[in-house]
Design a protein around this ligand. Structure first.
Ligand code: AMP
Ligand code: MG
Length: 407
């Protein structure tokens, strides 16, 4: 029986980033870049207008006053997408739209809102300022400069940079594929009626959802009951087809707990079994080659906690991310709690709406209880033997790895 810290260290020690693959830049979302991305052209690629208005040469307006306006003939306009190079002559101005290339001879823009036009001429009543409302070529990024760094996680803003750099595809670290295999003759797919002695299978659905929230695209789900032969077939297929195998249930010391025996027969090497924690003590972790196998306990809250503490960090590491441990935040207890004498406690908890910086440990902490899973946004971590902690005590919390709105 090892400590949670040692368990995480061993898991991450066996999780190496997967290989790389080239994908379209939108599909790169949620992946880690495996290459630096350089701009194919300067950004902007040419001097252009930041406003709809009139392009002029500032020098031609130097003497302009309200009483002595300068009159500049308006020649035909330039529009965004015009690819011919235009030249403005002395005494001329031209209409120009946002994003249109600045004609040679012009060096600033008078916005439509500030312009007076009279019979085909621009009437300028004060000197225009050189460079005003012009986006200079290369002002943001020089041609060939790096716009995104290898090792960064691609989000929507990164995709914008890849596109602006002229890339259609990018090389990224592969995101792991994952199998979920739930055991338990008592489990029934939700939607059907339960016979006496049966429970709905929450684990495979919960895990599929947690994987989806973690950005895992390929998830295979199977339910095998408690027959060793079916379990063996399912695990063998999972090891063939996916990078990570998650089993739930059957990993404890019950008479029908076949998981460890079956894994051993399939040459999965046990790295550890059982962690000094509550919930989730029966956790198993093994490897076969580069494949990682987690035997999560059957109790839903235990499987949930083990996923947050070990599986999610492993998925991050496989995907090429650094910083894989759960995110630590200190909080103040709003009510007393008591940890375990010998094990680390990971209590489902929620941010307090009443006390700033406070955290509420939720009721119904039993490892078979699920309502606190829905209400929790963090786990409160209590070391073994910490005794009773009073309201106001500072505690370490781990943010749950939920993505999306409000995360
Ligand atoms: P086990 O780890 O197989 O001994 O299961 C421990 C507890 O978790 C038992 O009460 C099981 O009925 C329950 N359990 C196992 N698998 C699931 C599941 N997929 N969904 C909900 N509860 C489960
Ligand atoms: Mg079972």
């Amino acid at each position: 029986v090892i400590s949670p810290q040692s368990a995480l260290r061993r898991v991450l020690g066996h999780a190496r980033p997967l290989g790389t693959t080239a994908v379209s830049i939108v599909d790169a979302l949620g992946h880690v870049l495996a290459e630096d991305i350089h701009a194919r052209y300067a950004l902007p690629a040419f001097d252009n207008s930041a406003m709809d208005g009139y392009a002029v040469a500032a020098a031609a307006t130097r003497a302009a006053t309200p009483r002595g306006p300068v009159r500049l003939e308006i020649v035909d306009g330039v529009y965004a997408g015009d690819t011919t190079r235009r030249v403005l002559r002395r005494g001329e101005s031209c209409a120009i739209m946002t994003g249109a290339p600045l004609p040679r001879g012009a060096d600033c823009i008078i916005p439509v809102e500030a312009a007076r036009v009279d019979r085909g001429a621009l009437i300028v009543i004060r000197p225009a300022v050189r460079g005003r409302h012009v986006r200079r070529k290369g002002e943001e990024v020089a041609r060939g400069a790096r716009v995104a760094r290898r090792g960064t996680l691609v989000h929507a803003g990164t995709v914008a940079c890849l596109a602006a750099a002229g890339r259609r595809t990018a090389r990224v670290v592969r995101v792991p594929s994952v199998s979920v295999i739930s055991t338990g003759d008592e489990t029934v797919t939700p939607g059907r009626a339960l016979a006496h002695g049966q429970v709905y299978d929450s684990n495979s659905h919960m895990l599929a959802a947690m994987l989806r929230a973690a950005g895992i695209r390929t998830v295979r789900v199977a339910s095998v009951g408690d027959r060793p032969a079916a379990l063996d077939r399912a695990v063998a297929a999972a090891l063939r087809r996916t990078d990570v195998v998650l089993l739930t249930g059957g990993v404890s010391v019950g008479e029908h707990d076949y998981v460890r025996r079956v894994l051993k027969a399939l040459r999965v090497r046990e790295v550890f079994w059982r962690v000094r924690q509550k919930p989730g003590k029966p956790l198993y972790f093994g490897v076969r080659g580069k494949k990682l196998v987690f035997g999560l306990p059957g109790n839903p809250a235990s499987a949930f906690t083990c996923f947050c503490l070990y599986v999610h960090p492993a998925l991050r590491r496989l995907s090429g991310l650094r910083g894989c441990a759960p995110r630590v935040e200190e909080r103040t207890l709003v009510a007393p709690v008591e940890g375990d004498r010998t094990r680390w406690s990971f209590l489902r908890a929620a941010t307090s709406m009443v006390v700033e910086g406070g955290v509420v440990v939720l009721p119904r902490q039993g490892s078979h209880m699920i309502t606190s899973l829905a209400a929790a946004d963090r786990l409160v971590v209590i070391p073994p033997g910490a005794g009773a902690l009073g309201a106001g005590a500072r505690v370490v919390t781990y943010r749950l790895p939920y993505e999306g709105v409000g995360a």
